[in-house]
Design a protein. Structure first.
Length: 151
């Protein structure tokens, strides 16, 4: 049986760094990348080079200094958070590589069913926060990705 080999997308990010540390502390083989997810040729080449068993996608456009940036930079946000995420997911699916997407909590807001301190949301709950373009892109891509069996 082949050992698990992890490729973390978004290799310079905060979440990616923590995942790298956790996996390495468990003795796992870990690779990091900053290849643009929307560049299909580069994504395919990176997958072929590393030959991971698992891709952990921590990449995406959060904006600088915060998600408000995405309101004025919608095309850049779409390229990364929608086109890029779906491209990476599709490439992994075609290669038979499991892909885990670390997205965001910014697609949910508390409501009567999910009050503060009450039951949380699950990854299959539909997004219910439409307060920002960033959240909208993340919510839409979640709905599409569920049709990939390897996500």
């Amino acid at each position: 049986m082949t050992a698990n080999r992890f490729l973390i997308w978004g290799g310079k990010g905060w979440v990616a760094g923590h995942l790298e540390n956790i996996l390495k502390s468990q003795g796992k083989e870990v690779y990091m990348t900053t290849v643009r997810m929307q560049d299909r040729e580069a994504v395919t080449a990176e997958l072929a080079k590393v030959q991971p068993t698992h891709v952990l996608n921590c990449a995406g456009c959060t904006g600088r200094p915060n998600v408000d940036w995405c309101e004025d930079h919608k095309e850049e946000t779409m390229r990364s958070n929608v086109i890029g995420t779906l491209n990476l997911t599709d490439c992994c699916s075609l290669a038979g590589i499991h892909c885990t997407v670390f997205a965001t909590g910014c697609i949910y807001h508390y409501d009567e069913t999910h009050p503060i301190g009450g039951p949380g949301y699950t990854e299959t709950d539909p997004a219910n926060f439409k307060g920002s373009f960033y959240s909208e892109t993340k919510g839409h891509v979640e709905e599409v990705m569920k049709y990939y069996p390897i996500v």
